[in-house]
Design a protein around this ligand. Sequence first.
Ligand code: AN7
Length: 371
Amino acid sequence: MRYSGLIEKYRDRLPVSADTPVISLGEGNTPLIELRNLPRILGVDAQLFVKFEGLNPTGSFKDRGMTMAVTKAVEGGAKAIICASTGNTSASAAAYAARANIGCFVLIPEGKIALGKLAQAMMHGSTVIQIQGNFDDGMRLVQELAQDLPLSLVNSVNPYRLQGQKTIAFEIIEALGDAPDYHVLPVGNAGNISGHWMGYSESVCLQTEACGLCQGACPYHPAKARASKRPVMVGNQAAGAAPFLRGEMVKHPETIATAIRIGHPMSWNLAWAAVRESGGWFNECSDAEILAAQALLAKHEGVFCEPSSATGFAGLIQDFKAGRIRSGSTVVITLTGHGLKDPDTAIAQSSKPHVVAAERGAIADLISRHL
Ligand code: AN7
């Protein structure tokens, strides 16, 4: 059967009815790619998989939540949506609003969003409002505006966003046959880690501590249970924007990973619950570590994610070095957005192209020096 998006696939586990007008671009169903080279290069004894969310319709994981948020907005009669964004939410909101034929207003921090994301928000016809402030200022403003104006707020404070985002856990469990031992991802506004945890939690029996042992035989076991356990959740932040590490909000977040340049995460409590209940932790990564992790994935696995997305992998490298990952474990890393979103950062950290005469000899010379 033709795949037609995550709402159709998981409608029995999402808050939709037969009459709900589904707004979809075929999101979800992203590949779970096993890393072939990096475990050896890094010298780690573990099975590593990346869930490449950059292959969603607008190039980031945001489409999972946006299909639900826009679908429910349309069902409720909304004529326009609004969000604050570091870039990917605005790109996704703009695309789904275009699809739904409703208006879209996006607030973005002036000069601090990656080029591809700005291009998307503009091209899909949203009203792009650059504010002279950061994401956290924008978040506060859209919450106020949505109270007074006929606008549906589609940031992840909208509960339908997390409903959509939880489906990533369903897909991973289907692909692996069970939950992984560890799940590693970047954290900004903290909706995604909360959505992951919701999805994993809905997939196990939470009534018995020995869930893995009940095998579906206990009287509390939910019909939809599909995994024997939940993973240890590890959240990773950029060092200049790491409120979870600091234990308090960060006033002036700063990092090259602009998607996670967030100091005041909305899903603070949910994210802490995910990490505490799973026995997990948070890491912080320097910009240099983030860019190095991005380059490792691109150069050794052929997987091009944006800097924010590589933050999960950067944190995992720290965890392996510190011996925090049990050997022989299965680890899933969510790569939240595509590398093409931020061409400026990619080009700035790569070696420049060679310039030679359009002449066979000169090119052959160059090739022989590199073979
Ligand atoms: C590539 O677009 O917040 O912790 O406004 O774009 O769920 O916020 C983006 C966040 C990670 C962090 N990776 O996820 C926005 C926005 C990428 C992102 C995150 C974002 P959350």
